[in-house]
Design a protein around this ligand. Structure first.
Ligand SMILES: [Mg+2]
Length: 148
């Protein structure tokens, strides 16, 4: 496998507006998890996938949810794999490290609004939780995935 995107959800695929609108959407009959993901922000990650041919590995705590892959598929995002689930808190960089030791990749990018990435900071595109992922973040991620 060549390129991987480690994907967080909260603060990447949703933003302040998503959280404000979620109760209303939920009340209108939209499933709870669907109400907490923003379609427009997902389309930015779809563009990243399309332009780099990278696979998505879910690193968000959402990965413990049983239906998370179906939820993301609803938004056009195909999840290839997930980082390992631990019972106690681990910095996300360590969870990503565990996955990387078992899977061979040429290059990877981490999309996350947090920065507990340890040795992998040079791979991080840190999003702003208020806005979620932006076009500028996508450009930066493309650059990281395309660098030698
Ligand atoms: Mg987050």
């Amino acid at each position: 496998m060549k390129k991987v995107i480690f994907l967080d959800i909260d603060g990447v695929l949703n933003n302040d507006e998503t959280f404000q609108q979620a109760p209303e959407k939920y009340a209108a009959g939209i499933a709870l998890e669907l109400a907490f993901i923003n379609l427009e922000l997902c389309s930015k990650v779809r563009r990243l996938v399309k332009e780099t041919d990278a696979k998505i590995v879910l690193s968000s705590t959402w990965r413990i949810k049983q239906h998370v892959c179906q939820i993301l598929a609803t938004f056009g995002l195909v999840v290839f794999n997930k980082t390992p689930c631990r019972f106690s808190y681990q910095p996300r960089g360590q969870e990503i490290g565990m996955w990387l030791r078992k899977n061979q990749v040429d290059t990877f990018v981490i999309l996350d609004d947090e920065n507990d990435m340890g040795n992998y900071m040079s791979h991080l595109v840190q999003t702003n939780e208020a806005t979620g992922i932006t076009d500028k973040d996508v450009e930066k991620a493309i650059e990281i995935l395309n660098r030698e």
